[in-house]
Design a protein around this ligand. Sequence first.
Ligand code: FAD
Length: 408
Amino acid sequence: MPEETFVIAGASLAGAKAAETLREEGFGGRVLLVGDEIERPYERPPLSKGFLLDKEAREKAHVHEADWYDKHDVELRVGTSVASIDRDAHQVRLSTKEPVSYDKLLLATGSSPRRLDVPGSKLQGIHYLRTMGDSATLKQALAHGGRRVVVAGAGWIGLETAAAAREYGNDVTIIDPEPAPLHAAVGPELGGMFAGLHRAHGVILRLDEGVAGFWGAGQVSAVVTSGGAEVPADVVIVGIGVRPNSALAEEAGLEVSDGILVDQSLRTSDPDIYAAGDVANAYNPLLGRRIRVEHWANALNGGPAAARAMLGQDVVYDRIPYFFSDQFDLGMEMSGAAAPGEYDEVVYRGDVPGREFIAFWLSAGRVVAGMNVNVWDVTGDVQALIRSGRPVDAARLADPGVPLAELL
Ligand SMILES: Cc1cc2nc3c(=O)[nH]c(=O)nc-3n(C[C@H](O)[C@H](O)[C@H](O)COP(=O)(O)OP(=O)(O)OC[C@H]3O[C@@H](n4cnc5c(N)ncnc54)[C@H](O)[C@@H]3O)c2cc1C
């Protein structure tokens, strides 16, 4: 039998981890990992934390050592994109015009920042953050301190970059149309906790107000809010969410709706094409619905799961969504989904004013999400509570004297 070829489009965490798993599982065919960035695969979390703060070296962010790809016979093509897919011919065409036949194809094309399309949005000094290059440029803009920084969007990227900007000694204002930071991700209760954290570190929050435009002559000098206020700005950071990079899949006629639709084995509507990471909108049997997860752990675990499925293994990808963040002296991990409307109560265990606690989101008495703030090594227990799906006693859940494992 001729050697099989597996092509992976997108050379970031999901793609690189999929390639690694293919080799670990003994796949002996050709593995072609194609990425349109010039950098070899790297992880993005440091770009708004350690790397941005100059506390972590660039090299530490890479998924593999530079020689790993050759050593494992993974053909890494950087600076190259997969331009199109011909599903009938089982062939992709690269941006170099080269056609490559595939037996199985993994789409790990990730996501891109949503752009703010308002007057003045092309002015100099307006930053987006997705790549190593973006982070290096932003670092230069922030590192001297003493500048007026306006952050559009109080999501995870907005809050983390606001914290970094503050730590460099800049004046920082965050503008967001929602009533609390992270409102869509965690609801007003925990959103309020993050607002308190940032205010305690001198960040000004302008909530219930959007960005209507930017002023400046070449270089941005002010942000205009939806309320008509002008907020002076030397540097603007826009962090208003991401969009899945699903155009390639859509053009190939795959089913796409807020990401590439995949089943619980991460298989698309074409049995020889899979999708993983930020771009995949996957059916999660534990949640009983589709979910697109834009977090590190989903790329870390989803890439390998897709690789196993491509090898014909029986894969059920039912991970609980997991996320972590560091801002100032606060470190947290969150498991589960807790958007407003998905829960009816928040129960706290520990010291909330001292920011050392666990928050649980409950729906009909069942834990649907948990966030540990400056408390560690509890993710296993928190996820077990979510996974059990059983009602819990809220008073015992709130009592730090009752081990979480006893509630299961
Ligand atoms: C600044 C920052 C900080 C973050 N911090 C955290 C955090 O603290 N915790 C957390 O859980 N998550 C965090 N995330 C999210 C996490 O990094 C993403 O979920 C993760 O990067 C998703 O990995 P991925 O491989 O699916 O996609 P991506 O990382 O988006 O990579 C996709 C790659 O595919 C390339 N590509 C796209 N189309 C093509 C094509 N046609 N051909 C070839 N290549 C293509 C893209 O350029 C990109 O290199 C952060 C993200 C950013 C940007």
